[in-house]
Design a protein around this ligand. Structure first.
Ligand code: EPU
Length: 336
């Protein structure tokens, strides 16, 4: 385990915030975890960090930051139809998706291009183009901090919902995830009904393959989302709001093209990007911060923005949407 005192976190968050923490622990093997307890790491302020692709630091963090940098993708089992893989929390999500494509395992190809680590993927139940990671997770393993003991949660124990799970609600801050077990298909099974993806695939009549679907997803993402290696950002800044169906009916009188997706319980999910867009904020830039011109859900750090600048800006976006539609949009990003 590497321990760095007064570490600078600039390279550890995709927004590129120049903040420090009291101590950074880079956990290279799960065997190190008991030592973290012995050192009293969790007795004062701490946070678990993945690849920092869903976090906005607004100030120095006065505690310990724990980051899993463990590696490994191991086949646990397989039958004629499925394969079960145990993946270390510190593996890059992108590398895991590539591994699956190369081995002809179906299930995560629509999630190509999502930044972050495998260990963070269940926390906010990452999702894109009609697939959520909960669809392929069998088990999540790690350590409960309060109990100082290992846990293994089956899919149903994780309480997955849209961009949420037990790891960011009831057990927030109490689970250090070390491994995720995935169940993937070995036979062709594509999810290509998401409109933007279907449109992209229709541009050519080549037969479907894992690579082709993944390439189409990458093309759609590249047309809408900034390259995080070039622009500081954290993907979608806001969650898509879930509202009662009658709210949508009322909105549609004025905006007949308001996009919505069913969300269970008779509720509907609206597209926050469209609301921000219609509120006139798409492409708006103030100083170092702005709404991305090709996808209004994304807030970008164009230069050396401070956390406070980003916060002031996102609140302004929130306020505009509230004034225009009476709907509160909430950050998907963790604001620290
Ligand atoms: N829209 C606009 N203007 C915009 C952006 C979107 O009118 O500026 C409209 C689009 O035309 C479309 C609808 O809103 O009809 C939805 O847009 P899109 O398909 O781009 O998806 P999204 O709801 O904006 C969500 C996820 C993305 C994920 C895409 C694709 C959330 C918060 N975001 O975005 O996830 O890639 O669907 O599945 O759920 C992320 O979480 O970081 C992320 C990028």
């Amino acid at each position: 385990m590497k321990v760095i005192q007064n570490a600078n976190l600039r390279d550890y968050n995709t927004f590129g915030m120049d903040v420090s923490c009291k101590c950074l622990y880079l956990v290279e093997t799960a065997v190190d975890i008991p030592a973290l307890f012995e050192k009293g790491t969790f007795d004062s302020e701490y946070m678990m960090l993945g690849d920092g692709s869903n976090v906005l630091f607004t100030k120095p963090f006065q505690g310990a930051v724990i980051k899993m940098v463990t590696k490994g993708i191991a086949k646990l089992d397989e039958d004629a139809d499925n394969v079960w893989l145990n993946v270390a929390a510190g593996e890059k999500w992108e590398d895991f998706v590539e591994h699956c494509i190369q081995n002809q395992y179906y299930g995560v190809e629509n999630l190509i291009g999502i930044p972050g680590l495998v260990g963070s993927s269940p926390v906010q139940n990452i999702g894109a183009y009609g697939v959520e990671v909960k669809d392929v997770i069998e088990e999540v393993r790690g350590w409960r901090i309060s109990a100082k003991s290992p846990f293994a949660f089956r899919n149903e124990d994780c309480q997955f919902s849209y961009r949420s799970s037990v790891f960011k609600t009831g057990l927030k801050g109490d689970c250090l995830i070390t491994d995720v077990v995935f169940k993937l298909k070995k036979k062709e099974d594509y999810h290509i009904s998401y409109q933007g993806l279907a449109d992209e695939l229709q541009k050519s009549d080549l037969s479907l393959s894992l690579r082709r679907v993944a390439d189409a997803v990458v093309a759609v993402r590249n047309s809408k989302l900034p390259d995080i290696r070039q622009y500081g950002c954290a993907g979608s800044f806001f969650k898509n709001p879930i509202v009662e169906k009658d709210v949508l009916d009322t909105l549609r009188k004025e905006f007949p093209h308001m996009v919505s997706y069913p969300s269970g319980d008779g509720k509907v999910k609206l597209a926050a990007g469209q609301l921000i867009d219609l509120a006139g904020m798409k492409g708006v830039r103030e100083g170092n911060v702005g709404v991305w011109p090709h996808q209004a859900l994304v807030i970008v750090n164009y230069g050396n923005a401070t956390g406070d600048e980003v916060v002031a800006f996102y609140r302004k976006v929130q306020k505009n949407v509230m004034e225009r539609f009476g709907i509160r949009i909430e950050p998907e990003v963790n604001v620290i």
